[in-house]
Design a protein. Structure first.
Length: 448
C-alpha cells in the first residue's frame, strides 16, 4: 500500500481525517515516497532536520553505539557518549561550567527545567516561589506542565481542568504589536510587562520566566528588538526570578549561531534544547543549567528530583555527538546563515502578494504570515482553514512546510514555517520560492 488511513491501519495518527504518503527514504533536502514522488523538505520536519536526510556518518555512529551498549540506566551508570556530549554542549553555552541533563523530547526537557527551577528555590529556603510566567503567543510542548505554559488555546481547551495555573505576558511579536508601535520607538513595552506581572503575582511567589529566544512556530520566527532580552534579564535579576530560554527549535545552529541567545548576548539560568540536537536521527533533548543552581541541592545532600527511563540514553548521546561533529566538519552553521539570508530575500519578494502580510526570521528559521486584509493585518476567519489548505496544496506540489494557527488573537491567524536542512542548495532555495508562489496562486483561485 502507498497510503494508510486511520482506522484501516493499526497506527493511531494524530490527524484522524486524512491519508499520509508513505516515505521510503530521504537524502539531503528531499524525501521520497513509495510511489517515487519526491518532496522538498522545506521545513526540516518540524524545524528538526539540520544536517539533512541520509547522513551515513550519523547513522553509523548510532549503529555502533547500539551494538556496544544500547541502553544504560542513567541513575546507575555513566558512559562515554553522555560525558563527551555534555562537555561539547557546555562548550557553546553562554555561561561557564554548565551542567547538562539529557532527555528524549522538548516537552520532557521543559518539564525538567521548571522542576529544576522549583527545586532550586525549595532547597534555597524559598518554597513559596513556584509560579512560572511565559509568553503569549508561545509553545513549549504537549505534556501537561509544558502545555500549561504554552499559549495555544485550541490545544488546551479539552485539558483545561488538568493544567497548571499560569501567567503570560505579550510576546515580542512586532508585526502584531499590541501598542501599534515600531521597534525603533517602542521602548520594548512588552518586556516591561514582565515586571508588572511579577508585581501583580507577588515577587516572592515567582520562580521563573520562560520564553523562546526567537519566536518558534507560535509567532512565526518573530525576532525581538535588540533591547528585549537585556531588559528581561535585568527584570529577572531585580526580582530574583530565574530565566529559562526555550531553544528547542532555535538551538543547534537553526538561527545561524549555536544558540539564539548568542544573537542577543543573553545569559539565561537554564537553556532547553532539542530537535536539531540529533537532527532527528534519534529522539534527544537537553536541559543545560548554571552550576550554581545545583549548589543548594548538593549542599543538602539531595538529588535532582527528576528521572526518566531513557535519560542520558547512550544511543541518543552518540547520535548527538556525531551530529555536532557533522555540523562542525561541514561548517553548516555558517552555511545556515548564508542560505538563510538568500532564502529570506527570495521569500520577501512575495510581499507584493495581497495575502502575504509578513516574512521574518533569522538563519533558516523563517515565518511567512498570511492575512486577508494586508493594510489592517486582518487574519482569515478560522473556519476558512486557510493554512491547512495551503499546506495541502504545497504538499501536492512536492513541498513540505510547517503550519501554525491562532497567533493573531488566540483563535485566528495563519502562517507557515520555512526551515529546511542547512545543506539546502541554491536551486532548492529557488524551488521553495517558486512552489510557495505557485501555491499562493492556487489559494487565490480558492479564496479570492
Amino acid at each position: 500500500m502507498s497510503e494508510y488511513r486511520y482506522p484501516e491501519g493499526a497506527v493511531l495518527y494524530r490527524n484522524l481525517q486524512r491519508s499520509f504518503p508513505l516515505i521510503r527514504f530521504g537524502r539531503g533536502s528531499y524525501l521520497y515516497d513509495i510511489k517515487g514522488k519526491k518532496y522538498l523538505d522545506g521545513s526540516g520536519g518540524a524545524a528538526v532536520v539540520n544536517i539533512g536526510h541520509g547522513v551515513r556518518e550519523v547513522a553509523a555512529a548510532l549503529s555502533r553505539q547500539a551494538r556496544d551498549a544500547a541502553y544504560l540506566s542513567g541513575v546507575q551508570f555513566t558512559h562515554e557518549p553522555v560525558e563527551k556530549l555534555a562537555a561539547r554542549v557546555s562548550s557553546f553555552l553562554p555561561f561557564p561550567d554548565g551542567k547538562v541533563f539529557f532527555l528524549t523530547s522538548g516537552s520532557e526537557a521543559i518539564e525538567a527545567s521548571i522542576k529544576l527551577a522549583r527545586q532550586y528555590w525549595v532547597e534555597s529556603g524559598r518554597p513559596e516561589k513556584y509560579r512560572v510566567i511565559s509568553l503569549r503567543p508561545s509553545y513549549h510542548g504537549n505534556t501537561l506542565a509544558a502545555l500549561s505554559l504554552s499559549a495555544r488555546k485550541h490545544y488546551q481547551e479539552a485539558f483545561r481542568p488538568l493544567l497548571l495555573k499560569s501567567a503570560r505576558i505579550p510576546a515580542p511579536y512586532c508585526y502584531r504589536c499590541l501598542w501599534d508601535l515600531a521597534p525603533s520607538d517602542c521602548g520594548v513595552k512588552c518586556a516591561h510587562e514582565l515586571e508588572k506581572t511579577i508585581e501583580r503575582i507577588g515577587r516572592g511567589k515567582v520562580s521563573a520566566f520562560i520564553g523562546e529566544v526567537i519566536g518558534g512556530s507560535s509567532t512565526g520566527a518573530s525576532v525581538p528588538p535588540d533591547a528585549y532580552w537585556r531588559t528581561i534579564r535585568r527584570i529577572c535579576d531585580r526580582n530574583e526570578v530565574l530565566l529559562i530560554a526555550d531553544e528547542v527549535m532555535t538551538g543547534i545552529g537553526r538561527t545561524g549561531k549555536w544558540l539564539a541567545c548568542h544573537h542577543f548576548g543573553l545569559v539565561p539560568d537554564i537553556i532547553v534544547l532539542g530537535k536539531g540536537l540529533t537532527s532527528g536521527y534519534f529522539p534527544l533533548s537537553a536541559v543545560a543549567a548554571k552550576k550554581g543552581l545545583l549548589d543548594p541541592i548538593q549542599k543538602k545532600g539531595k538529588n535532582f528530583l527528576h528521572a526518566q527511563t531513557f535519560a542520558h540514553h547512550p544511543v541518543g548521546c552518540a547520535t548527538g555527538l556525531a551530529t555536532l561533529d557533522y555540523l562542525d566538519d561541514h561548517d553548516l552553521i555558517s552555511r545556515c546563515t548564508q542560505a538563510g539570508k538568500r532564502l529570506k530575500r527570495k521569500l520577501e519578494g512575495l510581499l507584493d502578494h495581497p495575502h502575504v502580510g509578513d516574512v521574518r526570521g533569522k538563519g533558516l528559521l523563517i515565518g511567512v504570515e498570511f492575512v486577508r486584509d494586508k493594510k489592517k493585518r486582518t487574519p482569515f476567519p478560522r473556519e476558512k482553514k486557510y493554512v491547512e489548505a495551503f499546506i495541502a496544496k504545497a504538499l501536492d506540489s512536492g513541498l513540505v512546510l510547517w503550519p501554525n494557527i491562532g497567533h493573531a488573537d488566540g483563535t485566528n491567524g495563519d502562517l507557515v514555517m520555512v526551515a529546511p536542512p542547512f545543506v539546502i542548495q541554491e536551486d532548492e532555495i529557488s524551488l521553495i520560492r517558486e512552489k510557495v508562489e505557485y501555491t499562493l496562486a492556487d489559494m487565490e483561485r480558492m479564496f479570492g
